[in-house]
Structure formats: structure tokens, C-alpha cells
Design a protein around this ligand. Sequence first.
Ligand code: GTP
Ligand code: MG
Length: 273
Amino acid sequence: FFQAVASPPSSNFLLLGPSGAGKTAFTTLLEAKSSPASKKSQSTHTSQQSTLVTVSLPPDVPTASNRYRSVNDPSLKEAARNPIKYRVRDTPGHGKLRVSQGLSELQAMAQSKDIKTRLRGVVFMVDTAALVDEATLRDTATYLHDVLLVLQKRAKNGSSSKRTTEIPVLVAANKQDLFTALPPGSVKEKLEAEIDRIRKSKNKGLLDASADSTLDDDEEILGNDDLESFSFKLLEHEVGVKVEVVGGAVKGDQQEEYGSGVRRWEEWIGMCL
Ligand code: GTP
Ligand code: MG
């Protein structure tokens, strides 16, 4: 009756998002939580290289396979002794490094058929206090648009017979501890509206280009080509790629009031395992 809880060998998650969003701070926190003994420096600086870390899921965070487990379940004790591990790839968010690192790693991981490098999910982190700035919003939405387009292309190229599982995206609405932070609901609205604008101007560009007959066949529009406004719901409905916006704070972890720190992001990760 006591089943061994086999941890998936290497479930990979990719951490994307603009510079300063808190990706490295999140990675560092996950590492510290996974091995409390290790003394990691808490200070972060702009990343220039991707890093891969292996961390463990807190034993009381449910996974997709054990979500109906009760708190008295003996397998919980087993999980505490043998926690489920997963890997997180922290990428640099700087605009000049995105295409060469974050986006190309996403492309490579999304195409991989190797079970060992299979991508379970993308965590796209945003600084919710910085989004009131128009330029930051535009930059953030452009990056997210490009990420979703990669996932859409993957979804559309997958043969319908084989049914590839779509890679879900968590928009981690970070820095909810700051009083200037936008709540997750309005982060979602702002990103959807801005992506809609980006999509429309791209569509118009394509139409203008097709008049010159220099249209690149490979160009694709996110969501559908209709005039309907973009929303994450539409993307899920049309393409099957799920996007969820969940608030939290790396700094406020352990503090209930800040969207429960990173707990709800770990719960999202658990549901992908
Ligand atoms: P790049 O490596 O440049 O892509 O940035 P990054 O996303 O890795 O950001 P980083 O983790 O370096 O964090 C940027 C700054 O935000 C640091 O000063 C962090 O301490 C701070 N920070 C991260 N999370 C939070 C949070 O939840 N609340 C607050 N107030 N500050 C945070
Ligand atoms: Mg970093």
C-alpha cells in the first residue's frame, strides 16, 4: 500500500520575462527553500546567461497526479522524505539577450521530443509595479506576444493524430508587496489590450506587405485573424494554449497578504507535474 513516490526525472520549466521582473530572485528563493542549509547570496543583478537549477516542490503542494490526496494520507510523509524535483531555467530578460537566449531556448525546448528535456510549462514573470509605465507595458507585452506565438506555432504544427500536449503559461504577477503594484486582474487586462494592439499593427503590416507581394508565408497572427479582440481565453479556445495570470511576491514569501508569496505559483507548477 505504501507506494514509492517516483519523482519525474526532469520536468523542465522555463522562466521568461523582462529584465528586473524578479526571475533570478524567484530562482534563488526556490533553491533556498529546497535546501535550507545552503547559504545563497540573496542579492541579484542583471543576468547575462541562462542558468539551470534543480529544486523541489514543497511536499504539501499537490501535483496533478495526487491532487485528491487527503492531509492524512501516508504518502504525504513519504513525499516529505522524497520530494518531487523539477528544473527551472532562469533566463536573462534584457531586450538584447531575449532572442538569442529566452526565445531560442523556448523554441528548442518546445520542439524537443526527448522526454528528458520536455517542457512542462513556461513561467512568464512581470513586475506589476512597473506596468503603469507605457514603455514597460509595451516591452513586456511584446515579449509575451512573441512567446505565445512560438507556442501557437508549435500547437498548430503538431499532427492532429499524435495530439501534442500544449505547453501552458503562467504569468507570474510579481511584486504584489509594493503598494504601487497593479492587481493581477488589471495586469491581465492591460497585457491583453496591449497584445491586441501589437497583433493589429502586425496584421496591418502584413496586409500592406502583401500588396507589395513580398509577404512572408511564415508570418502568423496570434489567436485568430478575425477582428475579435485578443484575450487569453480566445487563445485557449482557438489554439489550446492556456495562459493564467496569478499574483504573488518573491519578497513577501511567507506573508499571507502578498498573494501568499510564491505559493500559488508553486501550486501551478505542481499541477503541471
Ligand atoms: P534580469 O536578470 O535582468 O532579466 O532580471 P530578473 O528578472 O532576474 O530580476 P531580479 O531577480 O534580478 O530582480 C530585480 C529586482 O527586483 C531585485 O532588486 C529584486 O530584489 C527585486 N524583486 C524581486 N522580486 C520582488 C518582489 O516580490 N517584491 C519586491 N519589492 N522586489 C522584488
Ligand atoms: Mg536575472
